[in-house]
Each structure stands twice: as structure tokens, then as C-alpha cells.
Write a protein that binds this ligand. Structure first.
Ligand code: F6R
Length: 603
């Protein structure tokens, strides 16, 4: 995910810009750049790969004395991670950096191209600087030109823009992506997309709200919303960097659970319009001969794959089989060129998954990667990739990566169904409505989190947990059990609810905790009977459902969703928070559980 920094003052500008970008490095990026405006000139530097490459390029550049600087790390969304696509993007006399996605950039770009404006990059961002200069060239002041440009943009953005037309000012705007303004006692001014770059530089900050924009100079901060000026309210800035990176959450895993709504919006951005799914990344792939799908993955990514198999068959009517990568490798599988081979991996480096991809490529299959890390080994090898856009995940136990994998797969299910003609437009409409509703389902509800904090104290012992569910709630049960065992070290298993009486129910007694996923939209009565059977054997039941369930020992009431995936994501958050709170009570290191690694590059 991209990072932003900005500076106004007389100190060495590249120092704050490069140090600030370094602080944002953990979010992940594939290129970086800075631009400095001093004495009426703008110097810009860009480099792909690590920040050290940018540092080397700026080695002989100095900028002491009053001036402005902006800096950016880019996580590619539109256009490949090349130097041309790296920010800042330039017009004739202005430079811009931007986090987020401008959804209507194509329309703006077409209009600008009609005026003869040439674009250098493939990014959505570049339209901002050209549109701004177009307004200035038509006679508007820089302030009016910026205000009118921002008013045209749809989507998510944090923007900083500098221009020779107004060489003492940084123009800024924020919508749905974080942006902070800071200052210190020398009246130096700063911008950053999170607290951590500002610590040690600024002592007071304003956290901008959605829809706010304005301009900042050494003397003045002018902040506006809907054409009205607002009084900025500065607050003292904390001093703890790790705390700042965690943005006040106790653990990265907790922060990542809370981030899911925002990152899923990013996964969807630019890929869904009113009537269809647009996956530009797949435009060169011919799906005509594809008759089935095979997915290989490990761990949590395998659970995302299992979930998607229900969607591929039910929604797009295409046969889908899922296999654990480490098993698939050695089973001497029969590989068919009419089967699309999909690998799912958060890191893009998992050795077993990578190896299955090599096998598929060798067999001449078409291959697709669903991955969170651009330029990873898996992305480089696959014929095509859909990036999940979860941003870097620091907690070893995967949460937001899982959510974005499933959303990406669901998008692909719809895309493929449309291509194959197996989804009619009414079904497409209802699926699009449902998928666009997911970010709001993923907002963590305070009352539910509080209840789980309280409940967790009853679940610190016992001889094990069963997570049970049917249909897509079976892979969710597997994932819930995996999360719990990873960070609490308690024994937990996921089962299809209908499977209990075929053996596992022998374990049932009051010290066996059952977490029952009981959605309203899928097989409610059948799941309920299975839970009743466990209750009759005195198992302790924690039921998660929108329907009251009188046999539950503990009950978490979910909301009434119309689509099973809405219920899925609501219950997913509950199982993640349950694992988190149990682990915290047990005093475990939530973010770095014993024996586990974030990227498993050995088999
Ligand atoms: C669990 C978890 C692991 C990974 C697995 C595959 O929380 O994170 O089970 O899902 O190691 O890793 P990736 O997705 O990077 O291939």
C-alpha cells in the first residue's frame, strides 16, 4: 500500500522525505520517488525496488534553505511497477503524489487527451496534475484550479501537489485514505499518511477527515470541505513509533482485523461497475477453452480456495477442485490443458505452492495467481495475476489477506461466469450488490468485540474446540480453528457440521467447546440439528447466528444479511476476534506465535 510524506521548511528536505518513507516501508511498495521545489526549480527522483535505490540516486542532491518536498512509495494498482509509473507525476510545472484509486480517471484522461495533453505513465494519478494545470492555464488561481480538480475526482485519495505557480505552498486533499498534517515549534510543516514518519519531527498534528482539502504554506493552513473553510484543530503527537505503526491497537493482528473493511474496498476499487466486473489484468487471457478450475494453496490460502470452490460451481457453474499444495506436488496428478490452474498465496513465496505452479506451467496449463505481493516469485511466474491489495500483513496469523483473497476470488467467479455466459444480468446485479455491501459488513462492531473480550475468559482451558459449519461455513470453520490454534496453542478442529456423527462426536462432553456457525441463509435447520446433537452430549456451545438459539451456552447474535457471503464475513470477524482475545488472555505473543513464520519458503 502506498505511503505519502511532505515537508515545508529550511532543513534538508530529502532527509525527512527519505526517513519518512522508510517508516512507511512496512506497508509494502514496489517503487518510490521524491520531488523538491526550491528557488523556483523542481528536482524529481524516482526509482523502482527498495528505497536504497532512491537514496543512491539522490546521493549528490542537497536542498538546504527554504523549500517544499513531497515523497511517495507506490504499491502498483494501475500500471506496472516501473520508474515511469512511480510517483511523483509531472505536468509542465507541477508534480503530484497520490495514494488510493481515482475511479473516473479514464473519462478525465480522455477529455485531457482531446486537448492534446500527452500522458507519460499508465497511472490513474497523472490526470490530477494535468487537470490542475489545465485550469491554471485557463486563468484560474492555483487555489481555484486545485479546488475544481478535486471536485472532479471520484474514488479514494490522499493527494499532495506542488507547483512552480505557487512555490511556497503544498496543495492537499483527502478522501477515504489517511492523511495527516503536522507542525513543530520552528513552524516547519509536514505531511504523512500515518503517524510514524512524523515522530521526532512534528509535535502537533491534524488528522484530516474525508472530503477535506486545502493548501499549506509556512505561514498558513487553509483547510476546506465543500467550499467552506474549517478551523484546523491540532493535537499533540505521541512519541512511540511501534505504537504509531499499530495506530493504537494492541497488536498488528488486531489492527489488521479492523482494517479489513478498508482493504476490501481497495480490492474492489476499479474492478466493479454498475453492471459488470472489470479485471483489466486478465484482458490478454483467453478463457474460451477453459472447462474447469484447479486451485492449489496452503493454510489460510487453502481455506480461501475451498470457499471459492462453492462459488465457482454454484454461481459460475464451472467445475472447481482444490488441493493442498504439498499433497498435490507428489501425487503425480493428471493435468489437463482445459483446466485453469490457480494458485493462492498471501506472500507469493510459499515453496509448495510455487512448485505446483511450476508443474502446471510445465504441463502447458493456463495459470493465474491470486497474491498480495507484486513481483513475488509466484506473481513473476504465473501467466496472469490478480493482486489482492491487502497491504502488508504483519501479524503472522493471516486475517485481512484471507478476506481480500476471498473477495478477489468472488470477483473472478463473477467475471468468469459472465465470460462463459452462465450468469445472467439479474444474477450479476444481485451479486454485485452483495459484494459492494461487504466493506460495511466488515466494520467491527464495538458491542461484539466487547462481548468477545468478556466471553474469552471462559474458553482458556478444556480439551479442545470444534468449529462447525456447512457449505461455505465449513471452510470458515477450518479457518476459525486454524486461527485459534495458531495464536492460543489450544487444540481446535474445523468440521463440516454434518460430519460430527461419523466419529468426532465421540469427544463431546462439557469440556469440549463447540463454536457453531449457524447462518440464516444456508442450511440453517440442518446445522441446528447437528448442534443439538452435540448439546445433547453436554458439549459447551458457543453459537454464532442471527437466529436466537436456546440451547447455546454462549450466543453471539449476528445481523440479518441477505447474502450468504455477508453472513460469512460477519462470522469471519467474530472467529478472528475470538482467537485474538483468547490469545491475549493467555499472555501469548499474538503477532509472532511460536514455531510459525510469515513466509514459508521451504517445503
Ligand atoms: C495462517 C497462515 C498460513 C498461510 C500459509 C500459506 O494464518 O498465514 O497458514 O496461509 O502458510 O501462506 P501464503 O498464503 O503466503 O502462501
Amino acid at each position: 500500500m502506498c505511503g505519502i510524506v511532505g515537508y515545508i521548511g529550511a532543513n534538508e528536505k530529502k532527509e525527512f522525505l527519505l526517513n519518512g518513507l522508510k517508516e512507511l516501508e512496512y506497508r509494502g511498495y514496489d517503487s518510490a520517488g521524491i520531488a523538491v521545489l526550491k528557488d523556483g526549480n523542481i528536482s524529481a527522483f524516482k526509482a523502482t525496488g527498495k528505497l536504497d535505490n532512491l537514496k543512491n540516486k539522490t546521493e549528490n542532491f542537497n536542498s538546504i534553505g527554504f523549500g517544499l518536498g513531497i515523497g511517495h512509495t507506490r504499491w502498483a494498482t494501475h500500471g506496472k511497477p516501473t520508474e515511469i509509473n512511480a510517483h511523483p507525476h509531472q505536468g509542465e510545472y507541477s508534480y503530484v503524489i497520490h495514494n488510493g484509486i481515482i475511479e473516473n480517471y479514464k473519462e478525465i484522461k480522455e477529455e485531457l487527451q482531446k486537448d492534446g495533453i500527452k500522458f507519460l505513465s499508465q497511472t490513474d494519478t497523472e490526470v490530477i496534475v494535468h487537470q490542475f494545470e489545465k485550469y491554471i492555464n485557463s486563468g484560474l488561481s492555483a487555489q481555484d484550479a486545485f479546488t475544481k480538480t478535486i471536485a472532479m475526482l471520484q474514488g479514494a485519495y490522499a493527494i499532495l501537489l506542488i507547483t512552480k505557480d505557487q512555490p511556497d505552498t503544498i496543495f492537499f486533499a483527502k478522501n477515504a485514505v489517511p492523511l495527516i498534517v503536522g507542525k513543530n515549534s520552528e513552524n516547519d510543516k509536514f505531511f504523512a499518511s500515518s503517524d510514524s514518519p512524523l515522530i521526532g519531527y512534528a509535535n502537533e498534528v491534524v488528522y484530516l477527515e474525508d472530503g477535506e482539502y486545502g493548501w499549506l504554506s509556512k505561514e498558513e493552513l487553509c483547510l476546506c470541505k465543500e467550499d467552506v473553510c474549517i478551523n484546523p484543530s491540532f493535537k499533540p503527537l505521541g512519541k512511540d513509533k511501534i505504537y504509531a505503526q499499530k495506530e493504537g491497537y494492541r497488536f498488528f493482528m488486531e489492527k489488521e482485523i479492523y482494517e479489513q473493511s478498508v482493504v476490501v474496498s481497495e480490492t474492489l476499487m476499479g474492478r466493479v461497475n454498475d453492471e459488470n466486473i472489470e479485471l483489466d489484468e486478465l484482458k490478454d487471457i483467453d478463457f474460451d477453452n477453459i472447462e474447469a478450475i484447479k486451485i492449489c494453496a496452503c493454510g489460510t490460502s487453502y481455506h480461501a480456495a475451498l470457499t471459492s470452490a462453492y462459488l465457482f460451481e454454484r454461481i459460475s457453474k464451472i467445475r472447481c477442485e482444490v488441493e493442498i499444495a504439498s499433497e498435490f506436488r507428489y501425487k503425480e496428478p493428471l493435468l489437463d490443458k482445459k483446466t485453469l490452474f490457480i494458485v493462492i498465496s498471501q506472500s507469493g513465496e510459499t515453496a509448495d505452492t510455487l512448485e505446483t505452479l511450476k508443474m502446471a506451467k510445465k504441463a502447458g496449463m493456463k495459470t493465474l495467481a491470486i497474491c498480495n505481493v507484486d513481483n513475488s516469485s509466484i506473481v513473476r511466474l504465473a501467466d496472469a495475476t490478480l493482486l489482492t491489495r491487502a497491504g502488508i500483513e504483519k501479524g503472522v496469523a493471516s486475517t485481512k489477506a484471507f478476506a481480500t483473497q476471498i473477495i478477489t476470488l468472488w470477483l473472478f467467479v463473477l467475471f468468469l461466469g459472465r465470460k462463459k455466459g452462465t450468469i445472467n444480468s439479474d444474477k450479476m446485479q444481485s451479486e454485485i450488490k452483495a459484494i459492494l455491501h461487504i466493506p460495511s459488513v466488515l466494520h467491527v462492531k464495538d458491542n461484539i468485540h466487547e462481548k468477545l473480550k468478556r466471553l474469552s475468559k471462559r474458553y482458556l482451558h478444556g480439551h479442545g474446540f470444534f468449529f462447525i459449519g456447512r457449505d461455505i461455513f465449513f471452510p470458515l470453520a477450518l479457518e476459525g480453528a486454524l486461527k485459534l490454534k495458531e495464536i492460543s496453542y489450544l487444540h481446535a478442529e474445523g468440521y463440516p457440521a454434518g460430519e460430527m456423527k461419523h466419529g468426532p462426536i465421540a469427544l463431546a462432553d462439557s469440556e469440549l467447546f463447540t463454536v457453531a456457525l449457524m447462518p440464516r441463509t444456508i442450511l440453517y435447520d440442518k446445522t441446528k440439528s447437528n448442534v443439538e446433537e452435540l448439546s445433547a452430549r453436554d458439549a459447551t456451545i458457543l453459537a454464532i447466528s442471527p437466529e436466537e438459539f436456546e440451547l447455546a451456552d454462549d450466543f453471539i447474535k449476528t445481523s440479518k444479511q441477505d447474502h450468504p457471503m455477508g453472513e460469512f464475513f460477519e462470522m469471519m470477524i467474530i472467529t478472528q476476534l475470538l482467537a485474538l482475545e483468547i490469545s491475549i488472555r493467555l499472555g501469548n505473543d499474538v503477532d509472532m506465535p511460536r514455531n510459525l513464520a510469515k513466509s514459508v519458503t521451504v517445503e
